[in-house]
Design a protein around this ligand. Sequence first.
Ligand code: THU
Length: 131
Amino acid sequence: MLKDAATAVRERAYAPYSNFKVGAALRTASGAVHVGCNVENVAYPEGTCAEAGAIAAMVAAGETAFVEAFVIADSPSPVPPCGGCRQKLAEFAGPDAKVTLATTAGQLFETTVGALLPGSFGRAHMEPADG
Ligand code: THU
């Protein structure tokens, strides 16, 4: 179950600066589940988000598309992915891919990759314009 995978990997987050642990899990069409947690750094901008870690694990395992994502944190309400992670998620899933945002207390918010990043920049925008 994606929720269990995300919950378990969240415990391994390295977040000594924010003390805010995040876990993410991606399920691909093959049924495989890839997980990631946030990994912070004393040079703060060098930290990476849980979603980025899960994407890296998926690509390292040889897959480049997910069909469903689950993100969990200990927060008063389900934590929305940051802007950069929305673009990263959009790179590896269609707009209809389900994304569940969750709190450790059990609140769930279901959305999609497309809803998280409306008007997103995509490959089609790099096509040369006619004329
Ligand atoms: N963080 C994530 O890993 N994913 C999110 O969706 C929101 C924020 C991390 C980044 C940083 O390590 C900590 O949460 C506080 O921003």
